[in-house]
Design a protein around this ligand. Sequence first.
Ligand code: ADP
Length: 612
Amino acid sequence: MTKKSQREKNFLILIVLVVGLVLTIKLVQLSGLRAAYNSMHQQSTQQLNNLINYIENTLGRFEKFPEVLSTHPLLQEVLAHPNDLIKRDKLNLLLEEVSGVTQASDIYLINENGLTLSASNWRKKNSFVGSNLKVRPYFLQAMTGVSSHYYAVGLSSDKRGYYFAHPVTYQEQVIGVVVVKISIAAIENQHEQLINGDLYNFLIVAPDNVIFISDRKEWRLKKINFLREKTDSTPLDLKRYASRDIQQLDLTKISSPFFPPTLDASLYQINDSSTQEIIFAQQARMADANWQVHIWSSLKPINSEDSFLTIVSIGGYLLLVILVLFIKERMKNSQQLYQARLLLEQRVKERTEDLTAINHKLLAEIEQREHTQRQLENIQEELIQSAKLAVIGNMSASINHEINQPLTALKSYSQNALTYQERGMTNKVTGNLKHIIGLIDRLASIVSQFKNFTKKSTGIHIPVYVQKSINETLAIIKHQAQNERVQIFFKVPEQVFYIMGDGIRLEQVFVNILSNAIQAMKDIDKKQIYIQIKPIDSNVQILFRDNGPGILDTNIDKIFEPFFTTKESFGLGIGLSISQRIIESMQGQLIATNHCEGGAIFTISLPLHPFK
Ligand code: ADP
């Protein structure tokens, strides 16, 4: 991949990641914020219901009160005799006392002309007594004979109040009106303690869209522009608000994608000179009073939820990206591992095939070598046999002499036996026949020695008694030695020596060494051979020393080589080489040296065998 296309790929991945992040944040916000709005709606509904209950209870407590009060005879008496100051004072005191007990703001009696005759606040500076209230709607309505209620800013008190009025009748004629006024401020103050002002604000809006009650002072007696669906809101009754200047509280409805569309609430921005807050507005109608009751919730919890959700979604998204990268890396690694394993398996397979081929080749070579080895062994066997026959050949003259002697004796004994037979000298015939039998035994013993020697060896190693082997060798060689007038000295040691080997081959070695020694001394007058056996460490040493000319220094390393011979006419040159191999096959050693006084020494060392 080129650098450019790699850069483009990286850029694309970055864009996908950013889009993914934005989508994740939006999705989390959508579900999280909708849940938060729903929860806010629930709590706000609860607050709204509490507020409505509270106001209805508060107003309900005073609703029937003017009616009950209107039946008091003192009221009729004062209305009938307005100039009776004693009665009026009495009524003043009564109204003052009732007002104190009921916690009504003011209670007062108005005559049919609208003049206030008595009032609970008669003692106060701005007492209603003497004021004319004939313009007040509640008075006018009560004068028609029905109960009325009304909210307004007090003309003399300049305080917001709620008025309950009831006609006072005499003989079914309306002669005046009794009014109970309650303070709106008291409702606000009490309710402020019930509601968490940090999170919720409440307001009560009159049909003319004026906020009549609110826990927020700055909103009170302000007209708002949105709250009623109907545009034909009741026109402003300016008397109701005394001399107040009714200003506008500007609200703008705002929309949010996270706001649940099914919720019966809205988001508004308050465009006040001092603040620009956004509120969650929920409203309900109070049927009797025809008021809209509102709970405006602060968006603080939503905003902090929003921040929390943003952080959580970013964190979650990053974790997800890291997880995806990690899994991708793991998959890449395991793919690489898998490829490497396949490659390795392939190489192992190839190597195994190579090795198998080499192995087959080696096996074939081993078989070939074994075959050659077997052939060599056969040849060696043949050689050994040839070497024996060569020795026998060398000894044939003396054997011949040895056999001829008894044969000549046999002939003369037989002829003599015949002569004695003819002469009837049977005693002598018997004597001669005994001699003949003795000679035949001797011949048989000579032949059997050579027969044994020429037998093919078994090649099996068994314990061999060394002294016995030498004695048997001497029996074979003695005819040749006698023939050549060689003296052989062998002092049999007391200690018994055994070695592990092949007895016939060991004798062959001895015969070979002794036969060579006899031949080497052929020009010497006094021919002598010494045989000695002695133990050295764990070996037995067998020495053959002759007093011949010894071995030439130039030849001493060559005499064990195959086919080396100094014997011109009859030497094969294999005797010593075969002898050395025979001794080595028995874990021994055969060496040749010259004696300082002349003559050759052949030394055989063989490991002792502890055979008893
Ligand atoms: P061959 O007897 O047929 O020559 P050998 O291997 O038996 O073969 O002997 C090799 C040579 O070692 C002989 O030709 C001879 O020169 C030398 N040799 C062997 N024994 C003696 C000895 N006792 N004294 C001197 N030379 C010897």
